[in-house]
Design a protein around this ligand. Structure first.
Ligand code: NAD
Ligand code: ZN
Length: 395
């Protein structure tokens, strides 16, 4: 089959690789009908995630048709149409049983690598380094899906792939980010980053009853997309002091909840941004955390800072005193996907939301290496790239 493989920093290639096979009786094989590039894939592309090896198949947002099932798979049969979550969960451990799916104890065969850093490992991920299990990803024509009865959800015939594909990651991720804010009537939620995750966080905050949502970014097309949903927007590049601007917009108090949908590759102009960038260059620190610091400083007393954006190391100058002094609640983490997929599928079916609003580019596998470049630079008004692994390369 054909698959997109990582070969080094800013080096993705389409390769011919062996088809995946059933390795375990609880596996199934999916013939992928649609896949996507995620903002998280950019951390691999930019070389921030350790333990990638040349030839690793990337991609963790995919769906398709079940073409083979292992002998112990009970819920799925050949021919089923499924969306596959980016986390791999066993369904039987302490954490899975309590619905803390992304904390699954059993699916990462390389748990020892994460334990060395964090003391404990969480769920394995598709196509996301050996640290997270070394599983082949879904920017490919087929994928092996372990624990096939646990993660994938069946989607009914007749529903367009593009409407349900994002149940594999970014829609539940944006939703969890908003749900973590425990939004009450009349509240104001500010969302840093109007990329795919931010867009779903904005719409989810609205669905969960926020009175006002403020989207923050610097790319006009992304701000426009946020505005289209009814959000107010701030271009941080054209604002003297973002925290003061947010205060002025919220009666001097600050937003009730602040969502960091940017993560470790934040852009900025502040002193802490330049310090983080310098440390990043000499490998003294993994992340640029200026957005997270800003969210903590902007949030009103007693509010919530919700962090879907990815962080992986230790952060210098983390304003924990401010967070403590203001009595903030800080929540974050990988999304507990399985909690949200079915209810959000129902929202799509009810017509509450059509997630395909986000798609700006539709490409074949051969175009993917070039699209990484476009997506990382936000060229060509690129917001979200969807891949048809069976399409012919664009002429
Ligand atoms: P993206 O790169 O398309 O979007 C990030 C956006 O942040 C961009 O529009 C960028 O302009 C904006 N931004 C950069 N600096 C900013 C600043 N200082 N202030 C405001 N906005 C700023 O990525 P995405 O797909 O939307 O993903 C966003 C984050 O969510 C990434 O870190 C990704 O890894 C993470 N993520 C987490 C999970 C999870 O399970 N928690 C799942 C998917 C993605
Ligand atoms: Zn993702």
């Amino acid at each position: 089959m054909k698959a997109v493989c990582w070969f080094g920093k800013r080096d993705m290639r389409v390769e011919h690789v062996p088809d995946p096979r059933i390795l375990n009786p609880r596996d199934c094989i999916v013939r992928i009908t649609r896949s996507a590039i995620c903002g998280s894939d950019l951390h691999l592309y930019n070389g921030y995630i350790p333990t990638m090896e040349q030839g690793d198949i990337v991609g963790h947002e995919f769906m398709g048709e079940v073409v083979e099932v292992g002998s112990e798979v009970k819920k799925l049969t050949v021919g089923d149409h499924v969306v596959v979550p980016f986390t791999i969960c066993c369904g039987r451990c302490f954490f899975c049983k309590q619905g803390m799916w992304s904390a699954c104890d059993n699916t990462n065969p390389n748990a020892w690598m994460v334990e060395a850093q964090y003391g404990t490992s969480a769920a394995a991920l598709f196509g996301y380094s050996h640290l997270y299990g070394g599983y082949a990803g879904g920017q490919a024509q087929y994928a092996r899906v372990p624990f096939a009865d646990v993660g994938p959800i069946k989607v009914p015939q007749g529903i367009d792939d593009e409407k349900v594909l994002f149940l594999s990651d970014i829609f539940p991720t944006g939703y969890q980010a908003a749900e973590q804010c425990d939004i009450k009537r009349g509240q104001v939620v500010a969302v840093w980053g109007c990329g795919p995750v931010g867009q779903f966080a904005i719409r989810s905050a609205q669905m969960l009853g926020a009175e006002r949502v403020i989207g923050i970014d610097r790319f006009p097309e992304r701000l426009q997309l946020a505005e289209k949903s009814g959000a107010e927007v701030v271009n941080y590049d054209q604002t003297e002091d973002l925290i003061e601007t947010l205060k002025a917009m919220t009666g001097g108090r600050g937003p009730d909840a602040c969502i960091d949908a940017v993560g470790l590759e934040a852009h900025g102009h502040s002193v802490d941004y330049y310090l983080d960038s310098a440390k990043q260059k000499v490998h003294l620190q993994l992340e640029r955390a200026n957005v997270l610091r800003q969210a903590i400083h902007a949030c009103r007393k007693g509010g919530t800072v919700s962090v879907p954006g990815v962080y992986a190391g230790s952060i210098d100058n983390f304003p924990f005193g401010a967070a403590f002094g203001k009595g903030l609640t800080i929540r974050g983490g990988q999304t507990h996907m399985i909690r949200y997929m079915q209810p959000l599928l129902e929202r799509v079916q009810n017509g509450d939301i059509d997630p395909s609003f986000l798609i700006t580019h539709r490409v074949a596998l051969e175009d993917v290496p070039e699209m990484y470049k476009t997506f990382v630079n936000k060229d060509d008004h690129c917001v979200k790239v969807v891949i048809d692994p069976w399409a012919q390369k664009a002429a």
